[in-house]
Write a protein that binds this ligand. Structure first.
Ligand SMILES: *Cc1c(COP(=O)(O)O)cnc(C)c1O
Length: 402
């Protein structure tokens, strides 16, 4: 029996079965490559779901963690934490934001945002103004608050009653937001590009029109950049493509390029709503994780990873377009930078499984959309290699469906 199989058997016995896991037992990683416990190498175009934006074990992240681990692992948020302050400064200097709340995940960052918009509205307009407009096919996390903001049946089913006060509108349709606004509305919450919903890019001008609507109606605009932020789309933050700024932005996944950290970035005007005692997190922005966040931010800001995200994103889309010309069951290639979806007219699950056997990690969202979110340091040669593997698999998938 392989070493993998015994770990898989043990994993299936005692780890909660909340994921349908693939038969890969992770051992180590370097750059765009993940190695399993039997020594097999995989080209990683999933990157821990858009977390490992700097590749596996980027030396700056590793060094920052090692140094900080020897100095101070954790310290209460009752005290000032230099690494956290530095990370907050880097985030504010490079975004619309003035203040940063630290937590540990995307869902927690969105929880903070939901609490902030309600508290601000309650303080300024009264307790009756609490409704939040969110989009169909959104994904904001797995806590009660965030599944209430996520209108996918498979995510909500069985957990009722959820948090009241959410309205859903089709993503990309400005008229439906207009129609959904009532005197009870306090905020609009959107992903600038939907991730889990199938890599959905809104039509040009949509986010600007949403911003204007929010201004006219005194609504806070929340952008969930948990997946699209930190260079994924070729800019540090996805909103920078559209010439609009939100009032609140949430980040997590790639913020420390591996270690778990989440943040809510907010304008000063609104930040005051969360004063002492209104919200908190024991681990949020602790020295170890914040040190990794500072190291990652410095790489995003001072290296060529954002340019590489643009250039390699263009190259990857071009190569995927060539495959679309070749296979009639590929209906569309879409995305921005290195956040790319390939929509199929067939189910994508089998392709993902075969890819794994062939040494390629990708995944499938919304049933029929293959998702490509490699590390932003990916090279042209690695993209070529990925395309070769995918081409071979698609050639077989085509014959099966014809
Ligand atoms: C992954 C994701 C989340 C949830 O992040 P967790 O760290 O898993 O809680 C929220 N919003 C978006 C857009 C995401 O992609």
């Amino acid at each position: 029996m392989s070493t993998s199989q015994s770990w898989i058997d043990r994993g299936l016995t005692h780890v909660a079965a909340t994921y349908g896991r693939y038969p890969l037992v992770a051992a180590s990683g370097k750059g765009c490559w993940l190695t399993d416990i039997d020594g097999k190498k995989y080209l990683d175009f999933l990157a821990g779901v858009a977390v490992n934006n700097l590749g596996h074990c980027h030396p700056d992240i590793v060094t920052a963690l090692q140094k900080q681990a020897e100095t101070l692992l954790h310290c209460s948020n009752f005290y000032h934490i230099p690494q956290q302050i530095e990370l907050a400064e880097l985030l504010c200097e490079n975004s619309f934001g003035d203040r940063v709340f630290f937590c540990n995940s995307g869902a927690e960052a969105n929880e903070a945002a939901l609490k902030l918009v309600r508290k601000y509205s309650c303080d300024n307009f009264g307790a009756d103004r609490f409704e939040i407009i969110a989009a169909e096919n959104s994904f904001h996390g797995r806590t009660f608050g965030t599944i209430s903001a996520t209108n996918q049946e498979k995510i909500r089913s069985g957990f009722a009653p959820l948090l009241p006060g959410f309205k859903f509108v089709p993503f990309g349709d400005i008229e439906s937001i207009k129609a959904a606004i009532t005197p009870q509305t306090c905020a609009v919450m959107l992903e600038p590009i939907q991730g889990e919903g199938g890599i959905n890019v809104p039509p040009p001008g949509y986010l600007q029109a949403v911003r204007e609507l929010c201004n006219q109606n005194n609504l806070l605009l929340v952008f969930d950049e948990v997946q699209v932020g930190l260079g994924r789309t070729g800019k540090l933050f996805a909103y920078q493509h559209d010439g609009v700024e939100p009032d609140v932005m949430t980040l997590a996944k790639a913020l420390a390029a591996g270690p778990p950290i989440g943040t809510m970035v907010v304008r000063e005007k609104y930040a005051a709503a969360l004063g002492p005692g209104t919200h908190g997190s024991t681990f949020g922005g602790n020295p170890l994780l914040a040190a990794a966040g500072v190291a990652a931010m410095k790489v995003y800001l001072n290296s060529n990873v954002l340019e590489n995200s643009v250039a390699m994103g263009d190259y990857l889309r071009e190569k995927l377009e060539e495959l679309r010309q070749k296979y009639s069951f590929i209906t569309q290639i879409r995305g921005r930078g290195l956040m790319i979806g390939m929509e199929l007219s067939i189910e994508g699950g089998e392709i993902v499984k075969t890819a794994l056997e062939q040494g390629l990690l990708i995944n499938c969202t919304a049933g029929k959309v293959l998702r490509f979110v490699p590390p932003l340091i990916v090279t042209q040669a690695e993209i070529d290699q990925m395309i070769d593997i995918l081409d071979t698999i698609l050639a077989q998938s085509g014959t099966e469906t014809n």
